[in-house]
Write a protein that binds this ligand. Structure first.
Ligand SMILES: *[C@@H]1O[C@H](CO)[C@@H](O)[C@H](O)[C@H]1NC(C)=O
Ligand SMILES: *[C@@H]1O[C@H](CO)[C@@H](O)[C@H](O)[C@H]1NC(C)=O
Length: 249
């Protein structure tokens, strides 16, 4: 009897953890590449090398944008990433395949990149200086939040890699920002996911200027926001992190 309730309690905890959503797989062209599976990868010895940065202990959200976890998800400051990357051409795309994303966790989908200072990203945390620049964002269109569009699109979202950035190693920071509880300070839920990329081709542009942590403040109008005020208010929503960097393509 006790054992049965323990098993049920453990099972419901596992469901709750998984329900937050994470990125166990990405797709570049026709190639599927393993991402970070929170249910297995963190519990495997030796820890598998993945192109998606680990998040530990689960896929839970970050609620404090000044936390060191805001850069590349929970554990950014603790976990050594693997020295591997996924190769993508400048002007190409990377599709993020979330395991799930709940409808009604309304918010924008925001995408940034930062060039790694070494030939691979394995020692680059991206949490100091201002190496980041915004490459793409989807907010609210035709009465639908970008998060719901992602959920309706088989929990997938395609990030376009700028055509004019210089070739080399980059972190791609892809983020779901859930605002369903964001009408109070601390109520927004950040789900950043970082992918280690090698960008080929491209041009000579080397953008930067944003910091994680640093760029986001808990009281930014795009972070402290009531999503239940209706269509006009949602249309006026301004995402945090400023506009997409100009001249990327
Ligand atoms: C939905 O995405 C998963 C991977 O995340 C994939 O295996 C599946 O084939 C996709 N389904 C459709 C209908 O595209
Ligand atoms: C990645 O870079 C680190 C630090 O520069 C280096 O120690 C490591 O050998 C590199 N790994 C690969 C696979 O290039």
């Amino acid at each position: 009897m006790l054992l049965t309730s323990l098993v049920i309690a453990a099972a419901s905890l596992a469901v709750e953890v998984a329900a937050h959503g994470y990125v166990p797989q990405i797709k570049i062209g026709s190639q599927y590449i393993a991402g970070w599976d929170v249910n297995t990868d963190g519990y495997t010895t030796p820890q598998p090398l993945r192109v998606v940065r680990p998040t530990k202990p689960d896929s839970g959200f970050i609620s404090d944008p000044s936390s060191g976890d805001i850069t590349c998800s929970i554990g950014n400051s603790k976990l050594p990433p693997g020295p591997i990357s996924a190769t993508v051409a400048a002007g190409g795309s990377v599709t993020m395949l979330w395991n799930t994303w709940p409808l009604g966790h309304f918010g924008p989908v925001l995408n940034y990149m930062a060039k790694c200072p070494t030939s691979n990203c394995s020692t680059f945390k991206g949490d100091t200086g201002s190496p980041w620049f915004k490459i793409q964002q989807d907010v609210y269109a035709n009465g639908v939040w970008a998060s719901d569009t992602l959920a309706n699109n088989n929990h997938s979202y395609t990030v376009n890699i700028p055509s004019k950035i210089s070739p080399g190693s980059y972190l791609l920071r892809h983020e779901n920002l859930a605002l369903h509880g964001a009408s109070n300070v601390g109520g927004a839920q950040f789900y950043p996911v970082c992918v280690q990329l090698t960008v080929t081709g491209g041009g000579s542009l080397n953008p930067s200027g944003l910091s994680f942590p640093g760029t986001y403040k808990a009281t930014d109008p795009g972070i402290l926001f009531n999503v239940y005020q209706g269509d006009a208010a949602n249309k006026a929503y301004v995402a945090p992190g400023g506009p997409v960097y100009t001249g990327l393509n």
